[in-house]
Design a protein around this ligand. Structure first.
Ligand SMILES: NC(=O)c1ccc[n+]([C@@H]2O[C@H](COP(=O)([O-])OP(=O)(O)OC[C@H]3O[C@@H](n4cnc5c(N)ncnc54)[C@H](OP(=O)(O)O)[C@@H]3O)[C@@H](O)[C@H]2O)c1
Length: 300
């Protein structure tokens, strides 16, 4: 049992290297973002915050949003102190009113953003066995991760399409292509968002708006605190941000890391084996204490 846990750990860690940048050919980050408005949700901490700082340093006009206003103001102050351009628009994306207020303000004050990064998210780690009376886990994950992102996109997309340009990026998860056990509420919400993004990409093909789903692996942010996955290689935040920079420069439909690519092709080529391997992983990794709590509570 111990040996197999170590083998799983080793495989995951080896396949989660930092991304290699810069790319020698094609547009640079500055080419893509200088003078452009970039709206980033979930920018009060973690990946969103670091991404805001990175694109602002490349000349973007950054609009940061999340619920925690003091943290947003700190991000804005830091960017401005370094000579960049940034604005904070606080909003709760888990409510229809929050989505509308944010969209109304952004459209009125800045017009349609050139780039929308739907990055705000919440994670829930709990097995299906412990979810018998927890449909609310699925509702909560869907409110922010799925409906919050889709709702904002629906409000901003018409103006992007009229203008004839735009890039929408979603912070999805490697779990969507790896069928990661114990994250069904979270992965369901991210998979739904990805599906809408893919359909939007088809519908908007001739309008100049492109869409990218990023399959983010484990990243060392506040979000993974409650998972108890400390033995696994988590990407450092700047390395995770590199996946977004890659998305901005290349504008692909998806961005993956080696672990995600392996998971995707294993599922396609050897689905039975992939399922058995994931089931073994599931049985090796216990539910966290928070997930086992009988009183309903979100894990993060
Ligand atoms: N870390 C990982 O291992 C990992 C792996 C795969 C995917 N991801 C995805 O990456 C994205 C960024 O996560 P992170 O790792 O950087 O974690 P984080 O530091 O916890 O960031 C989450 C962000 O989402 C915002 N947010 C949460 N609920 C919101 C709501 N109702 N309305 C508006 N904003 C809300 C939070 O801000 P406020 O609390 O101020 O609202 C925060 O800025 C998420 O979508 C996450 O699902 C992360």
């Amino acid at each position: 049992m111990k040996l197999s846990t170590e083998l799983v750990r080793l495989t995951i860690n080896v396949l989660t290297p930092p991304r290699t940048l810069p790319r020698p050919f094609g547009p640079t980050l500055r080419d893509r973002v200088a003078g452009k408005t970039v709206l980033i949700t979930g920018a009060s901490s973690g990946i969103g915050r670091a991404l805001a700082e990175r694109v602002a340093a490349a000349g973007a006009i950054v609009i940061v949003t999340a619920r925690r206003e003091p943290e947003l103001l700190e991000v804005v102050a830091g960017i401005r102190a370094r000579g960049g351009s940034a604005h904070a628009v606080p909003a709760d994306l888990s409510t229809d009113e929050g989505i509308d207020q944010l969209a109304d303000r952004v459209l009125a004050e800045f017009g349609a953003p050139d780039i929308l990064v739907n990055n705000a998210g919440r994670s829930i780690r709990r097995s299906i066995a412990l979810s018998e009376h927890r449909l609310h886990d699925y509702e909560r994950a869907a409110r922010t991760n799925y409906l919050g992102a889709v709702g904002l996109m629906l409000r901003l997309l018409p103006a992007m399409r009229r203008r004839g340009s735009g890039h929408v990026i979603a912070s999805s998860s490697i779990g969507v292509i790896a069928d990661l056990p114990r994250f069904s509420a979270y992965i369901g919400s991210k998979a739904a968002l990805e599906a809408v993004m893919r359909v939007a990409a088809v519908e908007c093909l001739s309008d100049g708006v492109v869409f990218t789903n990023i399959h983010i692996p484990l990243v060392d942010t506040d979000m993974i605190g409650p998972t108890g996955w400390s033995g696994y290689t988590a990407l450092a935040v700047p390395d995770a941000v590199d996946m977004f920079i890659d998305a901005l420069m290349r504008r692909p439909a998806t961005v993956d890391n080696p672990l995600g690519t392996l998971a995707l092709w294993s599922r396609r080529l050897t689905p039975t084996l992939a399922r058995a391997a994931l089931h073994t992983f599931h049985r090796l990794m216990p539910d966290s204490e928070a997930a086992k709590a009988t009183v309903p509570q979100p894990v993060s």
